[in-house]
Design a protein around this ligand. Structure first.
Ligand SMILES: [Zn+2]
Length: 401
């Protein structure tokens, strides 16, 4: 019954998209929770609270992401939303999220500064999703984070005990579902996200730096690896392993592992029963598939992603399989050999001038100078690493001025 009513509310949220631009701010009411002054978005499908500094665009992205994810995540997974009310909070940056969320929760917030976190334990006050919009650049990105966190909520569901899923599986499934949700609405964003994951994993295969799933079972180990510079790779790898499982056995079997994990059976035992193979065997199978599919598509060197997103102005580059922690120098030239002017960093995503621990780096590049007359809209990039790696690749430039 409540689900049905809720569906109508979700629809209202989507229709709200068509409203005037200033709607999010107009449609809010002040509210104070645990001494924190917030604004509640009145037309959100479930409670959404913003801090004063959130602009209208980000408020809309969040509200629309919620409306979509609240429908799509349960539909795709077959896992119901918890009966308990979920609250959504949007802060403007990591600092604000850390301070205010700990005040709201009367407990220390997360030690690291994630984009979002889910408070998914059953029965906790203010169960919900907490995000900060500092790095958000698009509605697609908001949906990416919200769909990921909502997957954690349906994984836990109404189970009173914390589901003891291996953390790689937990995060990999959240990423898998996120990609399914985002792909339908924002295919260009999803394609770039996919490219990034594949290039990262290919890089780690080249440099023998792919982390072992068995080392990423506990949340503590996961956090440790993420804080130690492996965040991009462990999320990418775990999500590709879950993609592989879903491709081989079906998403319903993957979800069955979620449903059945908990007392009396442990994750490893359930995993073995459902798939007929151990985690280590699945890891081997997935790895063989990655080697066959990814290594030819992402050889050592430079990989280019040319987005067909409407209005896209940048080209995306990745260095694959260089030495770990190499300093990079980059040289951009037009077809006639003339240097090409551009910016490698925009917004909150800094330009990458060094490879990570798996020999990987990624950045985007936007042309700032005029194309030389009569030249094709192409740029040739040469990257040299401080440990001697080098690669050259050319890319088609978007024609957007
Ligand atoms: Zn997560």
């Amino acid at each position: 019954m409540w689900l049905r009513r809720w569906w109508v509310l979700a629809l209202i949220g989507v229709l709200g998209l068509l409203g005037p631009v200033a709607r999010a701010q107009e449609g809010t009411a002040p509210i104070t929770i645990e001494g924190v002054a917030l604004r509640q978005v009145l037309d959100a499908p479930v409670p959404l609270y913003l801090t004063a500094s959130i602009d209208d665009a980000r408020a809309r992205w969040m509200r629309d992401a919620m409306a979509i994810a609240l429908q799509e995540v349960p539909r795709l997974t077959g896992l119901a939303l918890p009966q308990q009310r979920l609250e959504f909070y949007l802060f403007s940056d990591p600092r604000e999220m850390a301070t205010l969320s700990s005040q709201l929760l009367r407990a220390p917030g997360p030690r690291v500064a994630p984009e979002c976190f889910a408070l998914a334990a059953s029965g906790t006050p203010r169960r919900g999703i907490y995000c900060q919009a500092d790095g958000w650049e698009s509605a697609a990105q908001a949906l990416d984070y919200v769909a990921h966190e909502l997957t954690h909520q349906v994984e836990q569901g109404d189970s009173p005990q914390r589901r003891d899923l291996a953390q790689w599986f937990n995060e990999g499934l959240a990423e898998h579902v996120q990609q399914l949700v985002v792909r339908e609405r924002y295919p260009a964003y999803a394609a770039r996200d996919r490219w990034l994951r594949e290039a990262r994993v290919a890089s780690a295969l080249h440099t023998e730096r792919l982390p072992r799933l068995g080392d990423l079972t506990s949340n503590a180990r996961w956090q440790q690896a993420a804080a130690g510079g492996w965040a991009g790779l462990i999320y990418a790898h775990s999500s590709l392993v879950v993609d592989w499982l879903a491709g081989q056995y079906g998403l319903d079997r993957v979800v069955e592992v979620v449903r059945r994990t908990g007392a009396p059976l442990r994750f490893d035992e359930v995993f073995h029963e459902v798939f007929g193979l151990s985690v280590a065997e699945a890891e081997q199978g997935a790895r063989a598939a990655f080697e066959a599919e990814l290594l030819p598509r992402y050889p050592r060197g430079l990989s280019v992603f040319e987005s067909d997103e409407p209005g896209e102005k940048a080209v995306y580059f990745a260095v694959v399989g260089f030495q770990p922690r190499e300093w990079l120098t980059k040289e951009y030239r037009y077809a006639d050999g003339a240097p090409a002017d551009g910016v490698g960093a925009t917004g909150t995503q800094p330009d990458s001038d060094r490879t990570d621990l798996s020999g990987f780096a990624t950045w985007r590049w936007t042309r700032t100078g005029a194309l030389p007359p009569g030249q094709p809209p192409r740029v040739e990039l040469t990257v040299r690493g401080s440990a001697g790696s080098t690669a050259t690749q050319s890319a088609t430039l978007p024609t957007v001025p």
